[in-house]
Design a protein around this ligand. Structure first.
Ligand SMILES: NC(=O)c1ccc[n+]([C@@H]2O[C@H](COP(=O)([O-])OP(=O)(O)OC[C@H]3O[C@@H](n4cnc5c(N)ncnc54)[C@H](O)[C@@H]3O)[C@@H](O)[C@H]2O)c1
Length: 411
């Protein structure tokens, strides 16, 4: 297979050498002549662990050029690995991408067989669809995909050779065959997804890594002002692989409720006031939770429903505890915005019916419990929206059977 690599920085060179090592023929291009001169003499233009010996060993499989116009007409795929530095404000500067696309279009638009262009640089959501428009007049000559790179400098080769996840954004199933050949050792790790998902995952990953660093550093400030060894504390924290280092709680949807998460986040945040520490992440956790509830409320109000049904009320599943339940807060909020609500909760309804939970005591905790239903069907009928908080598919089917016109929103 013949592979083109445009842009020979950290990502381009590591990608190039990992393909060269697998025996593919690689054509590397960089507009920086210093980089081309160095690489042509088997010298890395930068330092990165383990790459220099690989370059020396596999340079026979690689050719270097300073201009796209010089490379082979007969490429199976060309990867764009140019830089996307910060532009104005928080946006990215995509001029290197645009220039490479212009050069590729100029060179390959008259080719007899279509050329596959794979973007590898970090790009904002929506970029692939703009690139698709750019090639729309020659859509049969260019096949597009996005294969973001997740490597870490300092560990680049290992990351590229042993990926946990390979993401391929595409709109054309023809791209699958080539990726399965390129990543034949890791086929099971390839996620073929729509462009927008593939564009968002890279910045999602990096923002998460950044959040982890800053959370750990804020924690170290708390430790240091309390004479606690932060290394010991983080070791204990990391030892919990069920709740702390796991997918637990990492479920986008509804804000947290109950007493513990809010109370303890508030407690940690209050420490910053006492000892003039700066803890912007920890201090804003509860604020973020409340803002998410407002976001959901506004989303529902925009739909202009007359009546919204809640299919659960407790602060989480498998409990009858409604203290600090965000579902109740949302119901109150919608009601004060002149939207009728119908409240249903399987556990509470059963308890009310068996007279184990007194309705009066619930109502004394919030007036909104006047609108509680013990009959699920009645709660669903004549309502415009049903809010579902778990067991999505089964419950959604049940709701739609009772009221086919209802909109089901799952969290
Ligand atoms: N460095 C990392 O650890 C890393 C990891 C994952 C993703 N990324 C992303 O990958 C992309 C590349 O990162 P990098 O660190 O390798 O960038 P880099 O700046 O080190 O390298 C980019 C190279 O592209 C060349 N170039 C620019 N325009 C060109 C053109 N028209 N034709 C040929 N060459 C051209 C430049 O001369 C430069 O050598 C960025 O979008 C970055 O955000 C980087």
């Amino acid at each position: 297979m013949n592979i083109g690599i445009i842009g020979l920085g950290y990502v381009g060179v590591t990608t190039m050498l990992s393909f060269a090592q697998q025996g593919f023929r690689v054509f590397g291009v960089d507009i920086n002549s210093r980089i081309i001169n160095k690489l042509s003499q088997d010298e890395l233009p930068f330092y990165e662990k383990d790459l220099q010996p690989l370059l020396e060993k596999y340079s026979k499989n690689v050719n270097f050029y300073s201009d796209i116009s010089q490379i082979s007409e007969n490429l199976d795929i060309v990867f764009i690995c140019v830089g996307t530095p910060k532009g104005r404000g928080k946006s990215l500067n995509l001029s290197q991408i645009n220039n490479s696309l212009r050069q590729i279009k100029k060179k390959y638009s008259k080719n007899s067989k279509p050329i596959h262009i794979s973007l590898r640089s970090t790009i904002p959501v929506g970029t692939m669809s703009k690139i698709k428009n750019y090639f729309s007049y020659q859509k049969d000559s260019f096949i597009l995909s996005y294969n973001p790179e997740f490597l870490r400098e300092g560990n680049a080769l290992n990351d590229i050779k042993n990926p946990e996840v390979i993401v391929v954004g595409h709109e054309n199933d023809k791209v699958k065959k080539i990726y399965k050949t390129l990543y034949k050792k890791n086929i099971k790790k390839i996620h073929f997804v729509p462009f927008r998902e593939s564009e968002l995952i890279k910045s999602t990953n990096n923002a998460w890594h950044a959040l982890k660093v800053c959370f750990a550093n804020e924690l170290s400030q708390i430790c240091s002002s309390n004479n606690i060894d932060h290394k010991k504390l983080i070791k204990m924290f990391l030892a919990d692989k069920v709740l702390n280092i796991s997918s637990a709680y990492l479920k986008p949807g509804f804000p947290y409720g109950g007493s513990c998460l809010e109370k303890d986040s508030d407690y940690l945040s209050s420490m910053s006031k006492k000892s003039s520490m700066s803890l912007p992440i920890i201090s804003n956790i509860n604020k973020s939770n409340q803002l998410h509830l407002s976001f959901i409320r506004d989303e529902i109000i925009k739909i202009k429903p007359k009546c919204v049904t809640f299919t659960s009320l407790t602060f989480k599943e498998d409990t009858d505890d409604v203290r600090n339940s965000m579902k109740i807060k949302l119901a109150e909020d919608l009601f004060s915005n002149k939207i009728n609500v119908k409240l249903y909760d399987k556990v509470l309804s059963n308890m009310i019916q068996r007279d184990e939970k007194k309705l009066e005591s619930l109502i004394s905790s919030s007036d909104i419990f006047k609108y509680i239903f013990t009959d699920f069907n009645k709660a669903i009928m004549k309502s415009d929206i049903a809010l579902v908080f778990s067991d999505h598919k089964k419950l959604t089917t049940k709701i739609l059977k009772i009221n086919p016109k209802i909109m089901v929103k799952c969290y």
